[in-house]
Design a protein. Structure first.
Length: 93
């Protein structure tokens, strides 16, 4: 479980970091989701939620990528999630 949460933490930091490094463009998930006024902790929690649902291949779609950089990061996270999920289920069986 520790590894799952650590990987999820890294992906969550990456997801929020992409928006922050690009200075929150008008088409990023932070602005379009209306969470730019939230604290960093709350935005981290939202990022952690997105990361967990992406890595576990659930993907509700309430938080999604809206620009090219976010889409590339999301695709990489989905690939990592599928591999990690498959590896975990394979070891459990």
């Amino acid at each position: 479980m520790g590894v799952v949460f650590f990987i999820n933490h890294l992906i969550a930091c990456l997801w929020y970091g992409v928006a922050r490094v690009t200075d929150f463009p008008e088409d990023c998930w932070v602005i379009l989701g209306g969470v730019e006024e939230n604290s960093v902790r709350l935005n981290y929690l939202i990022s952690f939620y997105w990361s967990f649902q992406t890595l576990t291949t659930v993907g509700f779609g309430d938080i999604s990528a809206h620009n090219s950089i976010e889409r590339v990061v999301a695709i990489c996270c989905i690939i990592i999630g599928v591999g990690f999920y498959s590896y975990t289920i394979g070891n459990m069986t």
